[in-house]
Each structure stands twice: as C-alpha cells, then as structure tokens.
Design a protein around this ligand. Structure first.
Ligand code: HEM
Ligand SMILES: *[C@@H]1O[C@H](CO)[C@@H](O)[C@H](O)[C@H]1NC(C)=O
Ligand SMILES: *[C@@H]1O[C@H](CO)[C@@H](O)[C@H](O)[C@H]1NC(C)=O
Ligand SMILES: *[C@@H]1O[C@H](CO)[C@@H](O)[C@H](O)[C@H]1NC(C)=O
Ligand SMILES: *[C@@H]1O[C@H](CO)[C@@H](O)[C@H](O)[C@H]1NC(C)=O
Length: 331
C-alpha cells in the first residue's frame, strides 16, 4: 500500500458521513421547467424601461439592498402587514421607486401564467436587474439561477447593513468587507451611481450652511455646488426634489461617474471621498481611464452580489406572489 492511499483511506470512509452538498445555482436552471423564462423577463423589462426610464436605476438599487440584507431572497419585495413591518418599510428603503417593484411583479404575473409555481421572485429580480443594466449601456454578465424566496421580511434586519452618505469611508469599507467585498469591488459596485437619482436631503449638508468660506463642501466643484443649491432651494418643503447621480450622462451606464469624481462632481459625500482617499483613489483613477476595466470589475462584483447568501433546495419557497410569503407572517 502506498503512502498516499494510507492517508486517503480514512478520509474516504468518513465521506458518507458528511451532509449532502447544497444544490448549486446553474445557468440553465429553468431549461426544462420554464424554457421561456429569459425571454419573458427580457420582454417585460424592455417594455417597462421604455415606458419608465427610471426603472433600471431603481431596480439595481433594490436588488443590491435585497442581497446585502439576509441574501438575494426577494425579502425586500414583501409588503408590511398588521403583524409585521417589512424590510421595504425601513427608512433607508423608503425612496426605492415603485416602478422597480412593479417590473418584477409584471414579470412574475406573466411567468405564473406560463409556468405556475416554478420561478422564484429572487431569480426574477436577479435576471431583470442584469437585463436592465445592460439595456442602459452597462455590461451583460451571466446570472446563475435556482434561488428560493424568503418566507419572511423584517425591517429590523436592515439596520446597520446599508451604507449611508454621511458615514466615514472606513465605516463603509467595513460594511462591504463584512459581506466579503474588497475595497476595489466596493469602488466598482458604487459605479452603479452612474445612473439614477438622489434626493436633496442626502447631500444637503454639503451645499447649505457648510462651515467653509463658500458655505459649501470645499471638495465640490463650485459651479456644481451652486447648481445644486438652486435645484434644492425648496427641498425642505418639497421632499421629492432629486438630482442626477451622474449629471453628465444621467441615463447611461458608463464610467462617467468616476470622471465626475475626479472633477469634484460627486453628488454624495461618500462618492466624492473615494476620489481622495488613498485606499480608493487608485481604483477611481483606473475606472475613469478605462471603461472596459470598470465593466469587467462591475460584472464580477455583481455576480458576487447575486449569490450572496442564496437560499436553495428546501431552504426557502417559490412565492406565489412576490409581495407576500405563501404563509402569512404573523410575528
Ligand atoms: C458606497 C456606498 C453607497 C452609499 C452610501 C449609497 C447611497 C445612496 C443614496 C443615499 C442614494 C439616493 C437614494 C435616494 O435619495 O433616492 C443612492 C442611490 C442609488 N444607489 Fe447607492 N449607495 C452606495 C452604494 C451603491 C451600490 C453598491 C449600488 C449598486 C450596486 C448602488 C446603487 C444605487 C442606485 C442605482 C441609485 C439610484 C436609485 C434611483 O435612481 O432610484 N449604490 N445610493
Ligand atoms: C446620517 O444620516 C442618517 C439618515 O439621514 C441619520 O439618521 C443619521 O443620524 C446620520 N448620522 C450622522 C452621524 O450624521
Ligand atoms: C442655514 O442657516 C441659517 C442661519 O443659521 C438658517 O436660517 C437656515 O434655515 C439654514 N439653511 C438650511 C438649508 O439649513
Ligand atoms: C416650494 O414648495 C412649496 C410647497 O410644495 C410650493 O408651494 C412652492 O411653490 C415651491 N416654491 C418653489 C420656488 O418651487
Ligand atoms: C483596459 O482594461 C481592459 C480590461 O481589464 C484591458 O484588457 C485593457 O488592456 C485596458 N486598456 C488599457 C489602455 O489599459
């Protein structure tokens, strides 16, 4: 008997005692059970995005917030009820646009007609987000399927997991690290701010009554600051006023966000900080110089986001409707 088999034999005897491997996500998960899955999602997404161009940014943020809190399990789609306040109603998710939820509900409705009880809301959300990102000019990355939906959703679970613009970069880096993302991946993911809006309250402290000679954040381009002051002049009375995250190419998914940061045209304090901090600046400069490098990094990081803590097999359920678990959550 060789040395190798002497060592291997005890290991082989132990193998049957290990628990069975978790089912893995696969690219062709619905090939037999719902062959038109991808086409149906794609059709709904195209219709919705053409009608309501703010859908893509809303869905991307929705998907990120779902995955970062308890995994990609569509828990963020569940509505609150008399017994329970759901994730969706946590303050940080309040500004998520209704159209982002609506595009998922529409796809689910069509899929339930075609293949009832088969496709999870979590898979629809992952697939639709990728389709929307690429539809507005971003990269097309593979989305593995087979996620199950959560059977509950709690607003309390959101606390402390979502980054805020008034956090220090160290706090934000630590939040991403806690989910397994490097500083480089964090910078790439935040390139999502190349599309969409932020409400004035998220950056008002940078443009009004800031303690500097000009009264605005000194890292801001002065013309940009003055423009935002004008736009937000009435924001305390009208909380719906919002500014483009990327004022140069607001609806296009490109690397303009990073070029903006280099010129003091970052909207959120946390965005702008990344252009100056030595931990993040090299990546801002890299992605500003090379859009392909950004798209490649964003794709890989999104694939990683998309498999955060996924529930497979009997760990979750396929919800009949995306806004409620199949059994009423009463606690
Ligand atoms: C670095 C940490 C981050 C902070 C502090 C942050 C914060 C914010 C804030 C405050 C808004 C404005 C919300 C509003 O007023 O409606 C926003 C918008 C947005 N965020 Fe982030 N975010 C971060 C990272 C990310 C990541 C990683 C993604 C996705 C991969 C993302 C995607 C978006 C999108 C697409 C919007 C626009 C939403 C819309 O137009 O409806 N963000 N973010
Ligand atoms: C940051 O902003 C959030 C939400 O607006 C607020 O609740 C919190 O108190 C702020 N934190 C700091 C340190 O200003
Ligand atoms: C700025 O400060 C002035 C005087 O302290 C105050 O009247 C005003 O309401 C403040 N503006 C904002 C937007 O906070
Ligand atoms: C500010 O908001 C108030 C309340 O919505 C509105 O009546 C007023 O006309 C607005 N002013 C400007 C300059 O937009
Ligand atoms: C840009 O990035 C891509 C992808 O990483 C790389 O293949 C290419 O060589 C880079 N281009 C330049 C000019 O550095």
């Amino acid at each position: 008997m060789s040395m190798a088999s002497t060592f291997l034999l005890p290991l082989l005897l132990l193998l049957p005692l290990l628990p069975p491997a978790e089912p893995r996500l696969t690219l062709d998960y619905y090939k037999q059970t719902c062959p038109n899955f991808a086409t149906i999602v794609q059709d709904v997404v195209v219709d919705k995005q053409m009608a309501i161009p703010t859908t893509a940014a809303g869905a991307l943020r929705l998907f990120f917030h779902d995955c970062i809190v308890g995994g990609c399990d569509a828990s963020l789609l569940i509505s609150s009820n008399a017994f329970n306040k759901a994730e969706r109603d946590h303050e940080v998710n309040q500004a998520l646009p209704g159209d982002a939820f609506d595009v998922i509900i529409r796809a689910k409705t069509k899929l339930e007609l075609e293949c009832p009880g088969i496709v999870s809301c979590a898979d629809i959300l992952a697939e639709a987000t990728r389709d929307l990102v690429s539809m507005v000019g971003g990269p097309y990355y593979p989305v593995r399927l087979g996620r199950k939906d959560s059977v509950e959703s709690r607003a309390d679970d959101v606390e402390g997991h979502i980054a805020r613009p008034n956090m220090t970069l160290t706090q934000i880096i630590n939040l991403f690290a806690a989910r397994g993302f490097s500083v480089q991946e964090m910078v790439a993911l935040t390139g999502a701010h190349t599309i969409g809006f932020s409400h004035c309250s998220e950056f008002a402290n940078r443009i009004f009554n800031y303690s500097s000679p000009t009264g605005f954040d000194r890292t801001m381009n002065p013309d940009y600051a003055m423009g935002l002051r004008k736009l937000c002049a009435n924001y305390t009375k009208d909380s719906t006023i919002a500014a483009f995250n990327d004022p140069m190419t607001p609806g296009k998914f490109d690397n303009m966000y990073y070029l903006n940061l280099q010129h003091g045209v970052g909207l959120l304090a946390s965005d702008q900080a990344m252009a100056f901090d030595p931990r993040t600046k090299p990546y801002v400069d890299l992605y500003a110089a090379n859009q392909s490098a950004f798209f490649e990094a964003f794709s890989h990081a999104m694939e990683k986001v998309s498999v955060q803590n996924v529930k497979t097999g009997n760990k979750g359920e396929v919800r009949r409707r995306c806004d409620a678990p199949n059994t009423l959550q009463t606690n």
